[in-house]
Design a protein around this ligand. Sequence first.
Ligand code: IPE
Ligand code: IPE
Ligand code: MG
Ligand code: MG
Ligand code: MG
Length: 302
Amino acid sequence: MPYAAFCMKGVRMDPMLCYIRENTEFIDRKLQEYMTNRTPLLKVLQESINYTLFSGGKRIRPLFCFIVGELFDLSREKLTSLACAVEMIHTASLIMDDLPHMDNATTRRGKPANHVIYGQDVAALASIGLLTRAYEVVLNDPGLPDEKKSKVVSKLANVVGIDGMVGGQFVDLKFSNKSMEHATLDYIHTHKTAVLFAASGTTTAIIGDATEAEVQALEVYANNIGFAFQIADDLLDVLGDTKEVGKTLKRDSGNFVVLHGVEKSKQVLQEHASRATEAIQLFQGKNDKLIALGQMLLKRKS
Ligand code: IPE
Ligand code: IPE
Ligand code: MG
Ligand code: MG
Ligand code: MG
């Protein structure tokens, strides 16, 4: 009987769920190793960082790195610094997103948001600290050649910065409303969410010496899944319940569902999911996990 079928103390589980569980635990252990701080004066700052970093995130971006890595025979050890870096960036973005002058959200992953516990000053520093640690861990990875590190870090900086997540969040905060143009909404979803998801795949592909066509296919897959993922998030925002979803809802001044309604949102989500699946035909025979990950993400309840 394969190990995967019995990954939980003799309880039969779906192999994909086993894979997710095992790799999520691996990521948690590695993040812990990157987050030990022995400077007594920084104790509270480190506690604030760890509070959100280890509060039950789904770790989908690192999982995506590992799944893409398998296409290029990359071990997860080879991808550890990158996978942890993208999770640090993502966590930093959530701490920032919840701040009172942003979404003013008080609950995240079923617990008080970072700033509710540690204050806005510490939360802002925790977010910036996590962002910069992300670049550091990739640059300090002895297992990656310099020329790959610089390509990877340059890509990550680009998707975090003004032309990436920062820009997406800015447009969301300043221009999002019930009657915004679809192009504005498209900009927001692409930049605040899809680009980091896509970069998790393309940076992995860089490390794996992928061909131009393979990088392109992964980019189309990830941009579509990332965009659909944000529509799913908007559906939860409108239809969900804070207790079940675990975060403060209805903070968006405009989102896909507010603009287009529930039915249309579900339809567009499916269109993006189909485009994502089509894009990875190139990897036929070894794309099962990519397809399964996409399906799971879009059916999520939290
Ligand atoms: C939430 O992302 C924010 C969005 C980009 C929609 P996730 O749903 O991946 O958050 P966690 O890390 O699992 O809490
Ligand atoms: C946030 O979008 C995306 C980023 C944090 C970059 P949302 O504001 O919709 O995310 P949630 O719903 O608070 O997780
Ligand atoms: Mg937001
Ligand atoms: Mg928010
Ligand atoms: Mg949301």
